[in-house]
Design a protein around this ligand. Structure first.
Ligand code: SDX
Length: 436
């Protein structure tokens, strides 16, 4: 890891200590406070870790001010235009794009691990009709630990390789099975003669009575959508994966935690929330009212798909998705009034001082749902699509974490509760009866 060092001086309580500053390969600087508590008794306070780097990582680089996103140094725009999702998954997990042989071996490993254990199929029958597919997905992935060899920090490199491929491949099968079960159609099994994305579309839309025509354009589009969602450094769900994984929990339970974190409407759940919000605004007809609500500090309403913890410029992924969305709808002749509404809202927000001052731009979720709708993906599957795409990122960070550290994630706190209390030994207060 090529880093440079500088230093910072901390003065506190009449004392002065010098702390190292680590400078990353792209110039980001971090104050290393490993010695601070021991030497000064101080800890840092940073709710939401807005200003805190939790680790060193070589996987993804984001420059939020410039709207830059790179996976292992490659710009997202180039990867989305020229690579397949499987090659990008290999890049994220293994650190380099695959050679032809590595690509064949990886695809074969994904195929060999695409079938869900038949006994797990019956789990779907136990979920109530209408169960959200993200809840099904996290439950099923967690249950994989009962059906597949354990994979944690102590396992063999070969088992890690196979288990990571299994997660990236079988979770796609589980997602498609969950969809088929939700619409009461027979499940469609994965096929070894189809590519990763073509397989998923076929498992989603093929039917015994209506064979699905796999459109090359839909496959290309799904590769692009999966690539732009594949990783995003230390976002909430990846942080959950690293934290849970640091306790040496098996990979499946760790990924299930990532899926759960991603389901939140402030995170991956935003792509479904955007469509719900656009429909609500469309039905109401008064865009200005909702823009005012979004700006009102006393109103919990937020413009879903807008704003980002890191990007203070246009999310480069949103730009790719918006362009693909416009191209696909034009090419297929689909007119979606929600796209017109989204454009209108973006135009208003980008000329409004509230959004300009806070550097609030569309993020990856703002246009994604409109494109999924055009592709026939049902709304309750939007966040599942995000989870499938993020699997290589979560797996890459888990592997990086287990190879880098054995430290369990356990932050400190500043206690602001009651000081020492004594139980009142006055006669009027009898000890609680432990039996009732
Ligand atoms: C993803 O981290 C990642 O990388 C995530 C992700 C990934 O790939 O993993 O990129 C995927 O989760 C994208 C984000 C999807 N979520 C949404 O679209 C939900 C709507 N967005 C907001 O809730 C918000 O912007 C967050 C959650 C995304 C970011 O929240 P922050 O960083 O904690 O920012 P903040 O809430 O402190 O906002 C700063 C200011 C506040 O106003 P002031 O208090 O300064 O007056 O901006 C305002 C906020 O009120 N603000 C918004 C807003 N987002 C921020 N105001 C109205 N609408 C919004 N959407």
């Amino acid at each position: 890891m090529k880093t440079q060092k500088s230093e910072a001086v901390l003065k506190f309580d009449g004392r002065e200590i010098t702390l190292p500053v680590i400078i990353g390969t792209e110039g980001d600087k971090g104050l290393d406070i490993s010695r601070m508590r021991k030497e000064t008794g101080l800890v840092t306070i940073d709710p939401g870790f807005v200003n805190t780097a939790s680790c060193f990582s070589q996987i993804t680089y984001i420059d939020g001010e410039k709207g830059i996103l790179r996976y292992r140094g490659y710009p997202i725009q180039e990867l989305a235009a020229k690579e397949t999702f499987v090659d990008v998954a290999y890049l994220l997990v293994h650190g380099a794009l695959p050679t032809e042989k590595e690509r064949m071996d990886f695809s074969s490993l994904l195929n060999r691990n695409s079938l869900l254990h038949e006994d797990m199929r019956h789990f779907f029958d136990s979920f109530p009709q209408g169960a959200h597919p993200m809840h099904i997905l996290s439950t099923m992935v967690n249950a994989m630990a009962a059906f597949y060899p354990n994979v944690d920090v102590h396992t063999t490199a070969r088992n890690i390789e196979h288990s990571c491929a299994r997660v990236i491949s079988i979770v796609r099968t589980i997602a498609a099975f969950a969809y088929k079960k939700s619409i009461g159609e027979p499940i469609v099994y994965p096929r070894h003669d189809l590519s990763y994305c073509a397989n998923f579309l076929n498992m989603m839309f093929d039917s015994p009575v209506r064979p699905y025509h796999i459109s090359p354009e839909a496959v290309r589009l799904l590769n692009v959508l999966f690539i732009v969602h594949a990783d995003h450094e230390q976002n909430c769900s990846t942080t959950a994966v690293r934290a849970i994984g640091s306790a040496q929990v098996n990979l499946y339970a760790t990924i299930a935690a990532g899926i759960s974190a991603l389901s939140g409407p402030l995170h991956g759940g935003a792509n479904q929330a955007v469509i719900e919000q656009l429909r609500m605004i469309q039905a109401d007809g008064d865009i200005g009212k909702f823009i005012r609500k979004a700006k009102d500090k006393d109103d919990p309403f937020r413009l879903m798909g807008f704003g980002h913890r890191v990007y203070k410029a246009y999310d480069p992924r949103a730009e790719i998705v918006r362009n693909e969305c416009e191209k696909y709808l034009a090419a297929t002749g689909i007119h979606d009034p929600l796209l017109d509404l989204a454009h209108r809202i973006e135009e208003i927000a980008r000329n409004d001082s509230y959004f300009i001052e806070r550097k609030l731009y569309p993020n990856v979720d703002f246009y994604t749902g409109i494109l999924y709708r055009a592709m026939g993906i049902p709304e309750n599957m939007f966040t599942v699509m995000f989870a499938l795409a993020r699997l290589p990122g979560w797996v890459a960070h888990w592997r990086e974490m287990i190879s880098d550290t054995t430290k369990i994630v356990r932050p400190r706190q500043i206690y602001v509760g009651r000081t020492l209390q004594k139980l009142d030994d006055g006669a009027e207060r009898l000890p609680a009866d432990l039996l009732v």
